[in-house]
Write a protein that binds this ligand. Structure first.
Ligand code: DGY
Length: 396
């Protein structure tokens, strides 16, 4: 364990919760303290290794809040169970770092934090889209280097996205929020690729189109495709919002990148391994008009060789959900997940998660990804439909 890098809150609590990184805000601490928990927090910024987490779990541990940077699998869930643990929550909506099957084998519910990252992450996807389209990274480096010698007709000319075609890969909550922002703001036509039809998005765009037409403007369209290649061929800008699993790992490989328009834009705020990053480096080198905006990386925190040298790529360090409101909300939801399980609350059955951020949160567990498989008495079974609504990013 990192020396002197931990602190305890509410040491008199009868239950013991470990939290592998300090979290923002105070509300999450209050929620756990009210559930009679002693909260042991690792305050190191370094990622804890498995052995360190095992030591942290120790002989008595009722529950844990872990990070997307840690691999929670058989060893850790077995140790958690042995130490008396019955609850785990990821401090993230994504849970590709968790072996859910292992947790389920040990009868441990796995919580996540949907509903508070939606607009925040979508806004970052928008920010990256325009940073890339209008070349703000390159232009800022140019400016800071004192290279600006006066206005020029062709200085950093970029792409206009107004009325162009947007491709959404994974139309869950975040993909939908991003699409709405780009449709309302920039009148883009949407093509989306997802296992499930997103009727709310389709209805919104149809209604908005009618509104535009009523104002004497051209409408906008929304089309779902069943084949990702159809989307890649047509879209001027593609934004990725899928979960990461075996079906989406390297979904964007050299072949699929080659199908995209040579001056297309590719945005990723989901998980790095959805793109074959080395193939992207090669593609961006060979196609200088192709542009990518990345919040996530295949070997995070590292970038594949060559990526950092490319002017047609904008990179930010996995900060799409980094607003104060969202990060505190995630902490509150993670705490409600763990406290709710320990107190035997039922699973929340509504897709609206914001009541948990109020002073008197519902006496329920906000979101458990293996609830259906566990089918525990304390966790009312949710339908597959509900599970999908709870997922921020979706399967494609
Ligand atoms: C998540 O919650 O999965 C995000 O990636 C955190 O930014």
């Amino acid at each position: 364990m990192k020396q002197n890098k931990w602190r305890t809150h509410h040491s008199e609590g009868a239950r013991r919760i470990i939290v592998t990184k300090d979290l923002p805000g105070r509300r999450w601490l209050e929620i756990l303290a009210e559930a009679d928990c002693r909260i042991d927090i690792c305050t190191s910024e370094e990622t804890l290794h498995r052995q360190e987490i095992l030591a942290f779990i120790g002989n008595q541990c009722d529950g844990a809040i872990g990070q997307l940077t840690e691999s929670w699998g058989e060893t850790l869930f077995k140790a958690l169970k042995k130490a008396g643990g019955t609850a785990y929550s990821n401090y993230a909506v994504g849970f590709n770092n968790v072996d859910v099957a292992a947790a389920t084998r040990h009868n441990i519910p796995v919580g996540n934090t949907p509903g508070v990252l939606t607009e925040t992450t979508a806004e970052m996807a928008v920010a990256l889209t325009f940073a890339v389209a209008r070349r703000t990274g390159e232009a800022e480096r140019f400016m800071r280097a004192g290279k600006f010698k006066g206005w020029l007709p062709d200085l950093f000319t970029g792409h206009l996205l107004w009325r162009k075609t947007l491709g959404i890969v994974g139309a869950g909550r975040i993909g939908e929020a991003y699409a709405r922002m780009m449709v309302e703001g920039h009148k883009m036509n949407v093509i989306y690729y997802d296992l499930h039809a997103n009727q709310a998005l389709e209805i919104f765009i149809a209604d908005y189109s009618r509104f535009l037409e009523s104002q004497g403007q051209s409408g906008v369209t929304c089309k779902r495709v069943l084949n990702i290649e159809d989307l890649l061929l047509q879209a001027d800008c593609v934004s990725i919002h899928t979960i990461l699993d075996d079906s989406t790992r390297h979904l964007f490989n050299a072949d699929r990148l080659a199908k995209m328009k040579t001056d297309a834009i590719l945005i990723n705020t989901s998980r790095g391994p959805v793109i074959d990053e080395s193939a992207l480096v090669d593609h961006c080198r060979a196609n200088p008009d192709f542009r990518a905006g990345l919040d996530v990386f295949e070997d995070e925190p590292a970038m594949k060789p060559g990526l950092a040298d490319l002017d047609n790529v904008v990179v930010v360090p996995h900060i799409a959900s980094a607003t104060r409101w969202t990060r505190e909300g995630m902490a509150t939801l993670a705490a409600c997940n763990v406290a709710g399980i320990l107190l035997g609350h039922p699973l929340w059955q509504q897709s609206e998660i914001l009541p948990f951020l109020e002073n008197e949160p519902p006496k329920a567990i906000p979101s458990i990804v293996n609830a259906e498989i566990l089918g525990k008495k304390s966790l009312s079974i949710v339908s597959r439909h509900n599970m999908n609504r709870f997922n921020e990013q979706t399967e494609v």
